[in-house]
Ligand binder design. Structure first.
Ligand code: SF4
Ligand code: SF4
Length: 120
């Protein structure tokens, strides 16, 4: 997906840098076997957020559950997730911030595209 690196850089510096599992500069300190949904499912997270546009967070959360959580090994058949319930999922913990950052980058990319369009 175009701009994926831009989304990643923004999330890394604005979300991961504040995460209790980062080194304070956006580098994740989790061992690979522990993992984090953000690194495991990043393209799908962008897909989920880009599939909706709403002032309501629950609309984004539904998109996340249907696009990402449904494929995650931690989600139980009834939709429950103990990792989420124990606040051990960085993706879920910081999802409101991720939505905010991704929507800002999306707007920037759209206005850049429109700017190029004006020149042609
Ligand atoms: S645990 Fe997730 S949110 Fe936290 S630093 Fe690692 S990748 Fe980022
Ligand atoms: S909330 Fe649970 S199911 Fe969803 S990504 Fe996190 S660990 Fe996986």
């Amino acid at each position: 997906m175009k701009g994926l690196e831009l989304y990643w850089e923004a999330v890394k510096y604005r979300v991961c840098s504040k995460c209790i599992d980062s080194d304070g500069h956006g580098t994740c300190r989790l061992r690979s076997e522990e993992g984090c949904g953000i690194t495991s499912y990043f393209p799908r997270i962008i897909e989920a957020i880009s599939s909706v546009q709403s002032p309501r967070l629950d609309v984004y959360v539904d998109a996340l559950r249907n696009t990402v959580c449904v494929r995650c090994k931690h989600q139980l058949p009834d939709g429950e997730c103990l990792t989420r319930r124990h606040l051990d999922c960085g993706l879920d913990r910081y999802f409101p911030m991720i939505v905010e950052v991704v929507e800002e980058v999306r707007l920037e990319l759209e206005s850049e595209k429109e700017g190029f369009g004006d020149q042609s």
